[in-house]
Design a protein around this ligand. Structure first.
Ligand code: PGA
Length: 254
């Protein structure tokens, strides 16, 4: 049984000092009464070095929130996967809906980024999710399948061992309206089908499928025991150590 993964997505929040103080609090709470999960924090680029240093000697992972698809070059303002490895990042979030919708990242761009991250030894948390309009039109499964198939097209069979999928319905992100266990179970089952069809039963069954979208301490417990939920990607509620750890502790019961 794979241990669940709970990732805090801090987005564009926090000075170096604030990020360091947040991870210190997370470490302290985790030592006092551990959540039996693997934890990771996706800090802004500017705080990655400080956060990595603060987490030395712990098992908490450090993730970036995005990267470019080339290792270097004339790409003003971008950060490459090689650079992420250089600062000790273990993983990177790719295809987040804010990247897709605000910064117009296409499925093809996400695929290129995913390939580049894996080539550089960085694990990937690949986000997929439908908009409210797509859900209302009954296109959820179709959209998720397309996003996965394009992103995973060029990945070698064993590449899936370095990828987790995060189902993040766009309408649930930052809105306070989480998807229901029934909605989540249905989409996660679909994601599993796509993975096993693409990578075979054994490899396709191994990777964790996280849920993200308005996960809070007061709604996380039933989501944590939902079929095929292998962890959470937490935005707003990960900015306070107490709420982040109490969400992660919901897996202690499952
Ligand atoms: P939220 O964000 O928990 O604030 O809804 C989740 C995410 O964007 O990863």
């Amino acid at each position: 049984m794979t241990i669940p993964l709970v990732v805090g997505n801090w987005k564009m929040h926090g000075s170096q000092a604030e990020c360091v103080s947040l991870v210190r609090d997370i470490v302290r709470l985790q030592r006092r009464k551990p959540a039996r999960v693997q934890l990771a924090v996706a800090a802004p680029f500017t705080a990655l070095v400080a956060v990595k240093k603060t987490l030395r000697g712990t098992t908490i992972g450090v993730a970036a929130q995005n990267c470019h698809w080339q290792e270097s070059g004339a790409f003003t303002g971008e950060v490459s996967p090689t650079m992420l490895r250089d600062v000790g990042c273990d993983s990177v979030i790719l295809g987040h809906s804010e990247r897709r919708h605000i910064f117009h990242e296409t499925d093809a761009i996400v695929a290129q980024k995913l390939d580049a991250a894996l080539r550089n030894g960085i694990r990937v948390i690949l986000c997929v999710g439908e908009t409210l309009a797509e859900r209302r039109q009954g296109r959820t499964a179709k959209v998720i399948t397309r996003q996965l198939q394009i992103a995973l097209k060029g990945i070698a069979k064993n590449g899936i061992d370095n990828i987790e999928i995060a189902y993040e319905p766009v309408w649930a992100i930052g809105t306070g309206q989480n998807a229901s266990p029934v909605q989540i179970a249905r989409v996660h089952r679909r994601i599993r089908q796509v993975l096993t069809a693409r990578f075979g039963k054994a490899a396709g069954s191994r990777s964790r499928i996280l849920y993200g979208g308005s996960v809070k301490p007061d709604n996380a417990a039933p989501l944590a025991i939902t079929a095929e939920v292998g962890g959470f990607l937490v935005g707003g509620a990960s900015l306070a150590a107490e709420s982040f750890i109490s969400i992660a502790r919901c897996f202690n019961q499952s």
